[in-house]
Design a binder for this molecule. Structure first.
Ligand code: SF4
Ligand code: SF4
Length: 229
């Protein structure tokens, strides 16, 4: 196994540097038996998470906002002795998907890298970085995103590259969730791409293609990476 890296600046830098490779690897993983990949990921997660001390990191609480349910809001409001309305005003906002999430990052409950409401923290906090769950290959955009935030995800994804013995990164195609190769020539390019700076930029090509494929049947194409020409 490669040397374990926990330096957060280095991981952030490698997340940007390896973005295209990571998206290509995502495409390769999609072509594999998801149950086999789950077995490998669960084993790697166990080995690697034992070597990384979350209390010295806390980066997930600093770099992203967890979702929270109404029940969890109620529990935390009771604990803090304030009304749920006041709690929502102070701590919560609604994200683009309409879910309630913590409004601030670093999270306001993080003090000296420790969660002040640890026993009552939301389920999404408990579950992070979600590598114990099944169907890893159905959540790969999230994994690639977390690769630059979480040392556990970074090291698991890198070790997975070795285990899956990828020697054809750069030559692979695109694969759907059933492992069938996608012919990108048959996927219609949305009109908005023609006025986007990133269209036909080789560095953006993989992300653009995967985005177009994932939304191929949607009535409206949405792209958060859009930059007007
Ligand atoms: S509630 Fe606790 S575990 Fe969740 S993001 Fe905030 S500090 Fe982190
Ligand atoms: S789960 Fe990842 S990002 Fe969060 S504290 Fe642990 S190593 Fe750091």
């Amino acid at each position: 196994m490669k040397e374990i890296i926990t330096d957060l600046d280095k991981i952030k830098y490698l997340g940007q540097k390896n973005e295209n490779e990571n998206l290509e690897f995502r495409s390769i993983l999609k072509s594999k038996d998801y149950k086999e990949i789950d077995k490998i990921v669960h084993r790697l997660y166990k080995t690697i998470s034992e070597k990384i001390d979350c209390t010295k990191c806390g980066n997930c609480c600093k770099e992203q906002c967890s979702t929270i349910t109404n029940k969890e809001i109620e529990r935390l409001s009771n604990y803090l002795n304030i009304s749920t309305n006041d709690f929502e005003k102070q701590y919560i906002k609604i994200d683009e998907a309409g879910d309630k999430i913590f409004a601030h990052y670093p999270c306001k409950f993080l003090k000296d890298n420790q969660c002040e409401v640890y026993e009552l923290r939301p389920k999404t906090c408990k579950s992070y970085p979600h590598l114990h769950k099944n169907e890893f290959t159905s959540r790969l955009f999230g994994v690639v995103n977390n690769y630059s935030i979480c040392p556990i995800v970074y090291n698991v994804y890198e070790a997975l590259k070795d285990e899956v013995k990828v020697d054809n990164i750069g030559l692979c195609g695109y694969f759907d969730d059933n492992g069938n190769e996608i012919n990108m020539d048959l996927i219609k390019k949305p009109g908005i791409c023609s006025i986007c700076k990133k269209d036909n930029n080789q560095e953006e090509e993989i992300l653009c293609n995967l985005n177009r494929f994932d939304q191929r049947n949607d009535s409206e194409f949405k792209c958060f990476a859009f930059e007007k020409l």
